[in-house]
Design a protein around this ligand. Structure first.
Ligand code: 14H
Length: 253
């Protein structure tokens, strides 16, 4: 079931719809639907496999806009022992962020629009020979139930937005991003009784897509090599973090 504009299901209860309208509700809905439309798209011509490690495949399409590298990036991964809900929970919730993020100096919530939609201001580490970047974006977590039998799809979207509490201040440059993490949970050899599902029976199929504009010129080769190194590094570190955090906890479906 896909929800209508500005009618959004609450996490932990995919069947209850709550009517709500904050100022960014339509923006959130539009971007979420776009990601859901394109997530199943096959990798086609123009996408290069730039990194492969175990189940993880990292693809990139080389695109420049006015001489600025804005390469779209897509990662597919499959992680045994965790659910999509768990992966999205640890990605969305700011309380864990600095434990797995290695590319940030700071993260701060500057507004809560709804319990599942917040606005972040983040200061990124200066990783290339250019000005330091910051970002201001809404971050939304959602559960979508497709059918009674299937496990729901979980997703998180991070999307740049302006905010009066986060003016752009020189020398910092604002990143412009549209990032989504979309997760499906597979239950392998499902036991007859749902209570008997063990971590060894579950697997999370994950898609991570990132459209990031550096917001100003950065040497192309340097940026591409940083991206090629850092995205796989982020996903490896983040997924091991979630495995470690959930190992001895009850499964969060
Ligand atoms: O997705 C990641 N992190 C989240 C949570 O911190 C924030 C992210 C984002 C980024 C930028 C703006 C808004 C939101 O979604 C993990 C990101 C890993 C980044 C790896 C580093 C890549 C370096 C190349 C960056 C190119 C842009 C100049």
């Amino acid at each position: 079931k896909i929800n209508d504009a500005a009618v959004v299901s609450t996490p932990n209860d995919g069947n209850t719809s709550v009517n709500r309208k904050h100022r960014l509700a339509y923006d959130v809905e539009r971007v979420v639907q776009e990601h859901l439309t394109y997530v199943r798209e096959e990798i086609s011509d123009g996408w290069d496999l730039i990194h492969q490690e175990g189940e993880m495949k990292v693809y990139r399409r080389e695109v420049e806009e006015n001489g600025i590298v804005v390469d779209p990036l897509k990662i597919f991964h499959s992680i045994k022992g965790v659910t999509g809900h768990e992966i999205c929970h640890y990605f969305w919730d700011y309380r864990y962020r600095m434990e797995w993020e290695t590319t940030l100096d700071s993260t701060k919530i500057i507004e809560v629009l709804e319990p599942d939609t917040v606005i972040f201001f983040q200061m990124h580490k200066r990783v290339w020979p250019a000005a330091q970047r910051d970002s201001c974006f809404w971050s939304h977590i959602r559960c979508i139930s497709n059918s009674e039998e299937d496990q729901p799809t979980w997703l998180v979207v991070n999307y740049t937005t302006p905010h009066h509490l986060a003016p752009i201040k020189s020398p910092h440059v604002r990143l412009v991003a549209n990032v989504a993490l979309i997760c499906e949970t597979i239950i392998n050899e499902p036991p007859l009784n749902i209570q008997d599902i063990k971590r060894e029976n579950i697997e999370c199929k994950l898609t991570y897509v990132a459209f990031v504009n550096p917001g100003g010129w950065v040497p192309s080769a340097a940026l591409r090599s940083v991206a090629k190194r850092e995205y796989p590094r982020f996903l490896k570190r983040f997924t091991s973090y979630v495995l470690e955090q959930t190992r001895d906890k009850p499964i969060l479906f």
